[in-house]
Design a protein around this ligand. Structure first.
Ligand code: TYM
Length: 332
């Protein structure tokens, strides 16, 4: 079967609905059709505002618990922590040496994040972040990489690096395809439906999967909508309403046109009520299952150990090939 790899940062206690609908939900589907590798990218999590060590440890476990609660099954996919597979950092070095300085500097996420923080407080690690991400992907010879729209440019870089390495040193890496959904590739902030839902924005616009359901319902009911009163799917003209329609469609596994048709002629309030109900219906069992899993951290650690062992078999093999191609002597 084709192979899939993707990753998620343990940047906060809770994933948000954008992470779930844009990426994780798709992972759970692909584990049945692909040879699947999914990792919590803890190395990436220290590139900007590094959390205290005990906080990072906790977030990594909470991330794994959420991935399991979302339906990832360690019997059907390798679920692991990036730091448990040293080959990621080892391949990253080689890729850094074929990445142009200007090329890395053109990454819009880097430009945005560094503009917000100022160049004195940002690190070289933030700059090389996308190259480590390329290593994550290329080590597994992934055919497909399910991600949200915001990762498209990083995937383009990954493809370029794979092709560059292959043409310089001989065919080594599979050139991966980004797998980006349509309606769920970018879930927008509830308070500002022109920007993506993200952790770094105000809490009021972010649906955290581990939020209290009453808080979630309130956030949805206070979502910024558009002028007018008509419920219609029109992302350019009605970004707020269209975002809510996408969320409702995705959380109830229906097409967005169908959902829009159902609410045509009804008020914004009715739509918001339905979105709140659908989100809470998903989130309640999800959060309960996450807490249950977190009650047994030793089991989470066992899942990670097994996942890392499976991941390393593939990663070590690819790294050895790449190092050989570059001309590093095999250790005797
Ligand atoms: P991260 O941790 O920021 O986000 C995890 C996944 O969630 C998607 N996503 C969204 N999708 C739709 N709407 C949104 N508002 C939204 N916000 C986030 C992201 O696109 C992502 O797929 N660099 C990556 C992590 C990474 C990775 C990798 C991914 C590291 N190595 C290798 C794929 C393959 C990141 O920071 O994602």
């Amino acid at each position: 079967p084709p192979r899939v790899l993707s990753g998620i940062q343990p940047t906060s206690e809770s994933f948000h609905l954008g992470n779930y609908l844009g990426a994780v939900k798709q992972w759970a589907i692909m584990q049945d059709t692909h040879d699947s590798y999914f990792c919590v990218v803890d190395l990436h999590a220290i590139t900007l505002d590094p959390p205290a060590p005990e906080v990072l440890r906790e977030r990594t476990r909470v991330s794994v618990a959420q991935l399991l609660a979302a339906g990832l099954d360690p019997a059907r996919c390798a679920l692991f922590a990036q730091s448990h597979v040293p080959e990621h950092a080892q391949l990253s070095w080689v890729l850094e040496c074929i990445t142009g300085f200007g090329e890395a500097g053109r990454m819009t996420q880097f430009k945005d994040k560094s503009a917000r923080s100022g160049t004195d407080s940002i690190t070289v690690g933030l700059f090389t972040y996308p190259v480590l991400m390329a290593a994550d992907i290329l080590l597994y010879q992934a055919d497909a990489v399910p991600v949200g729209e915001d990762q498209r440019q990083h995937l383009e870089l990954t493809r370029n690096l794979a092709q560059r390495f292959n043409s310089r040193y001989g065919p080594t890496f599979t050139v991966p395809e980004a797998f980006i959904g349509k309606e769920t590739a970018k879930i927008y902030d509830l308070q500002d439906p022109t920007v993506k839902m993200s952790k770094s924005l105000g809490e009021a616009g972010t649906i955290n999967l581990l939020d209290d359901p009453a808080v979630l319902a309130k956030k949805i009911k206070r979502a910024v909508t558009d002028t007018g009163t008509e419920v219609r799917y029109d992302p350019a003209g009605k970004p707020g309403i269209s975002n809510l329609l996408n969320i409702l469609a995705a959380t109830t596994d229906r097409g967005v046109e169908q959902v829009a048709g159902e609410f045509a002629g009804q008020g914004y309030g009715t739509l918001k009520g339905a979105v709140a109900d659908a989100v809470v219906a998903f989130v309640e069992p999800f959060a309960a299952r996450t807490r249950e899993l977190l009650a047994d951290p030793a089991e989470i650690d066992r899942v990670l150990a097994a996942g890392a062992a499976r991941a390393r078999e593939v990663a070590a093999n690819t790294l050895a090939q790449a190092y050989d191609r570059v001309g590093f002597l095999a250790a005797a």
